[in-house]
Design a protein around this ligand. Structure first.
Ligand SMILES: CC(C)(COP(=O)(O)OP(=O)(O)OC[C@H]1O[C@@H](n2cnc3c(N)ncnc32)[C@H](O)[C@@H]1OP(=O)(O)O)[C@@H](O)C(=O)NCCC(=O)NCCS
Length: 196
């Protein structure tokens, strides 16, 4: 565990909390599903070691201040249903990139929008991030719709931005600014979402 684990963040139905070693099997199930990973920047995981290595890497990056990886837990069911992260954090520019994925049985029920609202509010209010970017493969309609629904704007089409399994892939760059978020009236002090 990192020395200072970030606080848990709460939505109505979900909780975002720090990754723990015990999450490795559930993460493998999530990142090992080829359908979930269809538009991801790398192929599905195959081994528990990949999950354990990713958790260790997340803790290292958190300690360095370059990322914040959280799992999405269903409050009532007390089960891990997804993960989300702010990564590539650049303090000087107050900028970060957001990434997320949900277990297939939880798609299409608004869980991502709920998780994004909690994470974005924390990022803007508490971490003082000014610009949050997202890179999405053009065919990933669910992801594009969810980003637009919370206020992201498409800014550009980046040709062959990713290499997935050696194959070049185009992505659409989305971004949300602090002032966009404030203008939507979503911005809070962050305190409403946080329970230690
Ligand atoms: C992207 C993802 C997290 C979206 O989660 P979700 O729970 O379906 O999202 P939400 O329920 O909040 O809905 C998002 C919107 O997309 C729509 N949607 C959901 N699945 C869709 C699909 N297959 N095709 C088109 N639209 C879809 C929803 O109806 C909703 O639109 P609305 O705002 O008009 O109602 C989920 O599909 C997922 O985990 N995908 C695999 C991982 C991934 O691709 N991550 C993103 C990488 S950039």
């Amino acid at each position: 565990m990192p020395e200072h684990c970030p606080p848990a963040l709460f939505g109505k139905r979900i909780k975002l909390r720090c990754l723990e070693e015990r999450d490795a099997p559930a993460l493998l199930e999530l990142y090992g599903d080829p359908e979930v990973m269809r538009y991801w920047c790398h192929g599905p995981w195959r081994t528990l070691n990949e999950a354990k290595a990713a958790i260790a890497e997340a803790h290292k990056e958190y300690a360095e201040g370059s990322s914040l990886h959280l799992v999405i837990e269903h409050l009532e069911q007390a089960t891990l249903i997804g993960s989300c992260a702010l990564y590539g954090m650049v303090a000087q520019e107050r900028r970060a990139t957001v990434g997320y994925l949900l277990s297939r049985s939880y798609w299409g029920q608004g869980y991502l929008k709920e998780a994004l609202c909690v994470l974005l509010d924390y990022a803007m209010a508490e971490l003082k991030i000014n610009r949050i970017e997202a890179e999405v493969r053009p065919g990933n309609m669910a992801s594009c719709k969810a980003l637009k629904a919370v206020g992201f704007k498409a800014e550009g089409y980046l040709r062959e931005r990713w290499l997935v399994g050696g194959a070049p892939c185009d992505v659409v760059l989305y971004a949300l600014l602090h002032r966009d978020w404030r203008a939507r009236g979503e911005y809070s002090s962050g305190a409403a979402f946080t329970r230690f």
